[in-house]
Design a protein around this ligand. Structure first.
Ligand code: NAD
Length: 432
């Protein structure tokens, strides 16, 4: 059992803290957001993540998990301090490291003994070195470990217990061994490397996954033009074990809090060492176009969208999360509102989060049928089970004109042909 402090109680920090407590460590989670900490100490989770509430409540009750805004309390007996604060993108695409450096300064100020500092946040190559410099300025002896996080929202607990790998980047064997031991109950393969390589593994992994998505989306556009079917093409490609089936699903582009910012940040990181990352820039451009592709198709189909009723189905950037950061729903909503439509948006869990980023003209509902009632067109944005399972007869019977733009290919073309709907999807022939 180790005494651990985790700075930041967002998706990464909270899941990390709760999972460490679950395997027996004593964990103090620190955040600057007082309301969040107040709620968490009562077992109230600030976002939707399956299984997390039970894990937090259980470990609060058995006194292995604590929540605080008090740095002295969090750090005074900590052997290891994890940094899991946000690293959002700045205007120019580079990472905003102000939260990271604030956390490092806080450690320098309030930690009272030598400590291992582990960075879980995604940070540009070289950042851990700067974290070490900042903390040691105060006379503490500190070892820094880069331990990037790979969890996926919606399956974060499973990913922590059964992830593909744990990367430990360190130039100190003792520190690296302590971090390996802390994680040993997860039974996940551990890879040791130097700090810079660990930092780069995270960016390279996300950039590669984003590349796969933009690649298949480009193939899907060509399929549409040639009359081929992207589902069959992706299946046929994926059976080649060198390619693999995952991340070959065409759709309306990637979103979320990681891929968009990490791809932009890596372009900047490359630029800093005078390398123009042409491939990744193209990946980003393809994604930007992909996110508004269906709206542009609707504009071409209807001519003028002024006054039409639009149903948006799904607001989060993917199912099983309420995270709407960089979701295609935001770009699509703004583009559609410019055309003068009325929007009714449905999502099973993300409405509260969406209200803070979408314009106030949008009407929200948790009733999917209400969203479709008298709509002139429906856009499927997120492949929630609730949306995938919705019978096509509901579109047929509830909409004024049943025109569906399916950004997630939720329905088979055969099924669509059984109904009086007009159906446009990604990389497949339209059904009219
Ligand atoms: P988040 O925005 O959900 O949470 C960050 C938290 O840190 C907030 O609660 C904020 O109040 C807190 N915070 C900020 N500054 C602080 C400080 N000085 N002291 C204490 N708390 C502070 O962020 P997230 O989604 O958990 O991401 C965290 C990091 O992990 C990012 O670098 C992200 O790129 C990376 N990451 C995220 C995911 C993901 O799926 N969300 C996956 C892998 C890696």
């Amino acid at each position: 059992m180790r005494k651990i402090a985790v700075i930041g109680t967002g998706y990464v920090g909270l899941v990390t803290g709760a999972c460490f407590a679950e395997i027996g460590h004593q964990v103090k989670c620190l955040d600057i957001d007082e309301k969040k900490i107040y709620d968490l100490s009562k077992g109230i989770i600030p976002f939707y993540e399956p299984g997390l509430e039970d894990l937090v409540k259980e470990n609060l009750e058995n006194n292995r998990l604590f929540f605080t805004t008090n740095s002295s309390f969090a750090f005074h007996d900590a052997e290891v301090i994890y940094i899991a604060v946000g690293t959002p993108a700045k205007e120019d695409g580079s990472s905003n490291l102000e939260y990271i450096f604030r956390a490092a300064n806080n450690i320098a100020k309030y930690a009272t003994k030598n400590v291992i500092v582990v960075t879980k946040s995604t940070v540009p190559v070289g950042t851990n070195e700067r974290i070490k410099e900042l903390i040691t300025m105060n006379g503490l002896k500190v070892e820094v470990v880069s331990n990037p996080e790979f969890l996926r929202e919606g399956q974060a607990i499973n990913d922590t217990f059964r992830g593909d790998r744990i990367i430990i980047g360190s130039d100190n064997d003792t520190a690296a061994t302590v971090i390996e031991e802390i994680n040993q109950h997860f039974h996940v393969k551990v890879i040791h490397t130097d700090i810079k390589s660990a930092e780069m593994i995270k960016y390279a992994s996300n950039a590669f996954l984003a590349t796969k998505i933009s690649f298949i989306n480009e193939i899907s556009t060509i399929c549409e033009k040639l009359g081929a079917n992207i589902e069959d093409v992706a299946y046929g490609m994926g059976l080649d074990s060198r390619i693999g089936t995952q991340f070959l699903k065409a759709g309306i582009g990637y979103g979320g809090s990681c891929f968009p910012k990490d791809t932009k940040s890596l372009v900047q990181i490359a630029g800093n060492v005078k390398h123009k990352f042409d491939l990744l820039e193209a990946v980003i451009n393809v994604n930007n176009k992909q996110q508004v592709k269906l709206v542009e198709q609707a504009m071409a189909r209807f001519g003028n969208l002024q006054g039409l009723n639009v149903a948006l189905l799904g607001l989060s950037f993917k199912p099983n999360t309420d995270d709407v950061r960089e979701s295609a729903s935001i770009v699509m909503t703004n583009r559609l509102l410019e055309e003068g439509v009325s929007i009714t948006a449905y999502d099973p869990v993300a409405i509260e989060k969406a209200k803070s980023v979408l314009p106030s003209e949008v009407h929200f509902t948790k009733d999917i049928v209400e969203a479709l009632y008298l709509a002139d067109m429906a856009f499927i944005i997120t492949d929630w089970d609730e949306i995938k399972r919705l019978p096509l007869s509901v579109y047929e019977n509830m909409m004024r004109t049943p025109v569906i733009y399916d950004g997630r290919n939720c329905y088979s073309i055969e099924a669509v042909k059984q109904h009086r709907v007009e159906y446009h999807s990604i990389g497949r022939k339209s059904v009219k």
